[in-house]
Design a protein around this ligand. Structure first.
Ligand code: GLC
Length: 744
């Protein structure tokens, strides 16, 4: 059995006010130059630069388009290339994707591989900031070893619609959970002396219309949801860069949206780093005046807005030189603050076996036991035969498609050509990494474990009937650039599961999906595990949990709806539009997948479980839900109100084995939906008790008041619940808050 790496489950103690939330990881800050020192160095360097050198810093291309003879010796094949200024010691900026490991899909032919973390929803299912930090540190070390010093990682767009194609990359539907986890991930990445880029700023919550749609949402709702996730992530992770998104917000493209980039990001939040565009998200040179600092992947845009188009406007003053200086200073600030100038670029050897252990632990903690009727899991020692069915479980585990896709160590064993949709260009339905069948054979030593690919449901049912237990691996592909039409598993898997479960009531379904899915067969299936896209060692994690060597501790970071009828938008916005016209594609660029349209999210700031609470609907599986092989009792909930909200409680492991729990604290303000205000993840031995204290970030006890432009905490009583999930409160009490106003 692999040694368990115990990453101390750092309690996500959300301390009051801005103290703990503004401090990025203390260790990272101690070693690093202060923000002021970095600012002084940036100003000194700027003063020595020529205009050409300044312009050189604010636009980049992709490695693959740099003609071979002109490729710098140290230039790795990645997403972004920006030359440095050697005479001034300014390093080049070599950028790679993304949050799940080094994405190398553009260069698969070269056999370049990297350690694949589990997907973002799996990482979020761990509810463990320490693990996100360890994962970020690991992928950041591989980025550096491969010669990259900018990592396009820290995707934290909220899951608003469970059909959105990139949800698998992100960290769920709650701003606090997402913000705390992405902040830890960014800290980990930047601990390598490289820049991380929190993304995609902002409200890029779906793929349909990503280049043409405008998300129209009230400012208060934005600040209380998607923007709050970014704000917490920036406060805690202190990223060197923010990536502005493709979409429009309130009719103005995010990458030239002065309200978002100058007012919110800089005036209100004090962000000191630089804003880079997404690849193909720039639409004007004047974006430089609206808060954009760097055009990424300029060949994907219609024009080289921050180079060829900029120079004449600098010459005749339409763009003031001060605007160029401001952008360059921010880029230099990040280079010095994150110590890129002191971090030698690779190549360096990589210990993939050691790095895979981090991916294994992440998958172990990110797998969610949704249902375990009759305690069928962990498999009893009396089980003598298991048939594994479907999901290409004899070849590896699936991954999500698009720019975050990592070719795992060992490569992909299966790559399927996609339909010729928008994603077909750069997305692959692929399987690789550890192999579930082999992992189960290893973990269930002595048990006969056979495999059928599931293409013949009848044969699968016969095999299931003949076995003690049937394990069906069920997949649903998700990718950047395309949303999903529905919540249905790919192909005929629902029918397959139904037939297998009808043939053998001892059936386990392992979901390998990029999103919540529908489960029409749920009544017949006693056990459901959500393993998401489980990464480099995911199969080993799944086998550990099925065999019982690991006690599952994952909790859902997203709501599984019972049907799309429960969603704020039963029809995904833009799903019924015709394909983009030729003119649309020319006008809006290569990422165009629809004509222009407006997106409204009726839930406003109440994304996910808050919407279900507000509308009184019962989901299939709730945000925060997840089962364990042991049991936990909650007791002694005590709260203290006033200017803070402090909740303390005791968790006791009353079951038969060690395990980690995720007690969650929710607050319900009068007339509002409940909100997560804190959690912890104690690992408890049998019989062990621990008293935990959680303090709420007052912004979660407030509403954003537009006239005063302040977070306003209203005085009065609020409900405080200690819960196992957003729909399973265990203890409840009241606290009295005093009035409070906080700067945005
Ligand atoms: C992509 C993505 C972004 C990625 C970038 C570079 O289209 O939107 O997340 O970092 O381009 O690959």
């Amino acid at each position: 059995m692999q040694p368990m790496i115990r990453l101390t489950c750092t309690a996500a103690l959300i301390a009051l006010g801005s103290t703990a939330l503004t401090g990025a990881g203390a260790s990272a800050q101690e070693r690093r130059p202060s923000a002021d020192e970095a600012q002084m160095r940036a100003e000194r360097t700027l003063a020595q630069m020529t205009q050409d050198e300044k312009v050189q810093l604010i636009h980049g291309t992709m490695a693959v388009v740099v003609p071979k003879p002109r490729r710098p010796r140290d230039m790795p094949m990645g997403a972004g290339v920006i030359a440095g200024v050697e005479r001034l010691g300014i390093p080049p900026q070599y950028a790679t994707d993304a949050s799940l490991g080094i994405s190398n899909i553009m260069d698969m032919r070269k056999g370049d591989v990297a350690t694949a973390l589990p997907s973002g929803l799996s990482l979020a299912s761990t509810w463990n900031p320490a693990l996100l930090r360890a994962g970020g540190r690991m992928i950041g070390s591989e980025a550096l070893a491969k010669g990259f010093n900018v990592m396009l990682a820290g995707g934290v767009n909220l899951v608003r619609d469970p059909r959105a194609g990139r949800n698998f990359e992100y960290l769920g539907e709650d701003p606090l959970l997402g913000g705390v986890l992405v902040g830890a991930q960014i800290e980990g990445i930047q601990s390598n002396g490289i820049i991380a880029t929190i993304k995609h700023f902002a409200l890029n919550n779906q793929e349909t219309g990503r280049a043409t749609a405008s998300v129209n949402m009230g400012e208060a709702a934005m600040r209380e949801s998607d923007l709050l996730a970014f704000q917490i992530g920036i406060e805690r992770g202190d990223p060197g860069s923010v990536m502005c998104s493709y979409n429009k917000v309130g009719g103005i493209y995010a990458c030239e949206n002065s309200f978002m980039l100058n007012d919110v990001l800089r005036r209100d939040w004090g962000f000191k780093g630089y804003v880079m565009s997404d690849w193909g998200a720039v639409h004007s040179t004047e974006a430089l005046l609206a808060g954009l600092d760097q055009q990424s992947g300029e060949t994907v845009d219609a024009k080289r807005w921050l180079s060829t188009e900029l120079r004449p406007k600098l010459a005749d003053g339409r763009i003031p030189a001060a605007a160029l200086d401001t952008a360059v200073k921010r880029i230099l600030w990040a280079i010095y603050a994150k110590e890129l100038d002191k971090t030698p670029l690779g190549p360096k050897p990589i210990d993939y076996a050691k790095n895979a252990e981090v991916a294994l632990q992440a998958a172990r903690e990110g797998t969610v036991l949704l249902r375990n009727e009759g305690a069928l899991l962990p498999l009893a020692k009396t089980v003598r035969s298991v048939v594994v069915i479907g999901g290409k479980a004899n070849l590896g585990v699936p991954s999500g498609g698009g720019s975050s896709q990592v070719v795992p160590v060992g490569g992909f064993r299966v790559i399927e050509k996609l339909s010729d949709g928008a994603a077909a260009v750069f997305s692959r339905r692929a399987w690789g990494g550890s192999v579930p069948l082999a992992a189960l054979q290893g973990a269930l030593g002595g048990v006969q474990v056979t495999y059928l690919d599931g293409s013949d449901a009848q044969a699968a049912a016969v095999a299931a009937k003949a076995a003690d237990v049937a394990i069906v691996f069920a997949t649903k592909f998700s990718t950047e650039a395309e949303d999903q039409a529905d919540l249905v598993l790919d192909g005929a898997q629902d029918a397959l599961i139904d037939m297998v479960a009808s043939a053998n009531p001892r059936t386990v379904v392992v979901l390998e999906t990029g999103n919540p899915v529908a489960m029409p067969w749920l009544g017949k299936v006693p056990v459901v595990l959500s393993a998401w896209y489980s990464g480099q060692r995911g199969a080993d994690a799944i086998a550990d949990i099925i065999a019982g060597t690991v006690n599952p501790s994952g909790r859902l970071p997203v709501t599984f709806p019972a049907s799309v009828a429960q969603l704020p938008n039963p029809k995904l916005p833009g799903a019924d539009l015709p394909p983009p016209s030729k003119e649309d594609k020319i006008r809006y660029g290569v990422n165009t997948n629809s004509p222009p349209f407006n997106i409204t999210y009726p839930e406003g700031s109440d994304a996910g479980y808050r919407w279900f609470d507000r509308t009184g609907q019962k989901p299939l599986f709730a945000f925060g839900h997840g089962l364990s092989y042991t049991m936990f009792r909650y007791s002694r909930l005590k709260v203290k109100g006033g200017r803070t909200l402090r909740a303390s409680f005791t968790v006791t492991n009353t079951g038969g084995r060690e395990g980690a729990d995720v007690p969650q604290v929710y607050v319900t303000l009068p007339g509002k939906a409940r909100r997560l205000v804190g959690w912890d993840k104690p690992m408890l031995k049998r019989g062990e008790s621990r008293t935990i204290t959680v303090m709420a970030d007052p912004r979660l006890l407030a509403d954003f008041d537009m006239p005063s432009q302040r977070w306003v905490v209203k005085p009065g009583k609020v409900k405080v619940e200690l819960a196992r999930s957003a729909t399973e409160p265990v203890l409840s009490t009241q606290a009295t808050l005093s009035a409070q106003k906080l700067k945005p």
